[in-house]
Design a protein around this ligand. Sequence first.
Ligand code: X8Z
Ligand code: ZN
Length: 616
Amino acid sequence: MKSLWLGSAALGCLMLAACDSGENSILAERQQVRENPSANHSEVTVEDARAFLADAEAQLTENSEYVGRIAWINANFITYDTNWLLARAGSESTQLAVRLANETKRFEDLDLPEDLRRKMNILRSGITIPAPSREGAADELAEISTRLDTTYATGTYEINGESLDLVQLGNIMGTSRNPQELQTAWEGWRTVSPVMADDYARMVEVANEGARELGFANLTEMWLSNYDMPADEMEAEVERLWGQVEPLYKELHCYVRSQLNEEYGDAVQPATGPIRADLLGNMWAQQWSNVYDLVAPGEAGPSYDLTQILNEQGYTAHRMVETGEGFFSSLGFEPLPETFWERSLITQPQDRNVVCHASAWDLDNVDDIRIKMCTQVNAEDFQTVHHELGHNYYQRAYNQQDFLFRNGAHDGFHEAIGDFIGLSITPEYLRQLGLIDEVPSAEADTGLLLNQALDKIAFLPFGLMVDKWRWSVFRGDVAPADYNQAWWDLRTQYQGIVPPGPRPADAFDPGAKYHIPGNTPYLRYFLSFVMQFQFHKAACDMAGWEGPLHRCSIYDNEEVGRRFNAMLEMGASQPWPDALEAFTGTREMDGSAIIAYFQPLMTYLEDENEGQECGW
Ligand code: X8Z
Ligand code: ZN
């Protein structure tokens, strides 16, 4: 869900703990802090810090459940009134978070035990869109935020007299092979976002003011301060990882471009230069497996089409989620609670506006976990179901931690859990489920790997450029009038893609991607796409797997499940390298696992690309 706390979902019945351990002294402290936030700056003690944090966690726990339930209702039922409620509750939450963040300044110079210092840092840097404390700022940000979200979630575009929403326009992008039709759907969706531009620019201004009040240079520095190292070191880490994987992307781009050129001809897709963004099977050209049939290697052995099989076998959205649950159960995780099934939104209702972008929620920070998806029966959503369940199982695994530690080791971990499970959806696993009769032979490997690369490798530069754009916007390196140009400069530089035609002067194309109006940081996905392969390789090593990595499935392996759970249970209680080490034995994020996974494909692509002028 969208939340004030980076990556965190909602709240917990930490009230119990608070009530246990001296409610009166906590209340007294709360009173004192409210009356005079900067009192006794020089005389504060470790015990004061401990009491402050206990009180902060108690308040946040309570607030988190309150705002979480309002946000849930709003996302399931977008109306004037639920927007009103969410704007008010969102503003109050931001004010609480900002007040607590400011109060941590009292303890800055104090030598604190590591867990307390960690909690102080989380309080100070964990607000995604901080408001300055001046009167009215939090209200303004909350109203802007609700307006941006609603514009995105309710956006439609009319084609041939029919009003189409993003799900329908997305289906055209995934299935049509008619360039004119693709261009219409692609440009049509982007008519939804120009109205967001002014709100977005204002939000940047106010949130930067909030970040500065908390002692950061700007919001970029604040976002990059959530990785257990200084912001500039984290930025350098990201560059290092991109350097590792960029050559894979370059080969894939080169190969796909030449196949699309063959399919569409020079007039639509030239053989050199960038790729036309609407030809890649996805509204944002972020994952390309929908065009697998256009780029499949001629000599690929027998393969299968999971979308077709799921439909032929009469799978429903509900059954897809049960299948995902079954995978986690096979690793030894407890079944999902009954309330998951009662309260989740699994298919798109036709009679009201909902936020269709998939999400996972934890309403009480204990076990009121749910997903919200407009699930369609296809291979893409089969993966997404596992992605979302990964969030839910992580949330439940760390529910014994203190409130501020009920979160991912960093946000990339949270995104990687379900995708890591998804990497085990191998032909052999599908055979075990009865979805295919026979496991394709080794001849099919190139095709299988290419299909996977179209999602996992194609995503990497997109996963990187979204926040490169936001970092430069928050830093003030790009003025509002240049927002769209800067977006396309990065799209071309990193992804090697261009729009299908000139963009209108008022275009605000970043706003046509959920996470921009939704203010969900995006670096997490880039990190996740690298780390999920580290998890996969470590798990397969643990399982004693000796074959190619893309054929390894950890389905039914309780020992791997137990060791995985040990990492999940840690939540955010330790620096992320400790969590990573607990499961993989290494303390560094590293691209060598994804490189090893795709090595056979890279050999094939380098061969195929021989003599081509790659790059753009
Ligand atoms: O937003 C998501 C998830 C929810 S956290 C469905 N993803 C990114 C996206 O759709 O842009 C997963 C992959 C990248
Ligand atoms: Zn996610």
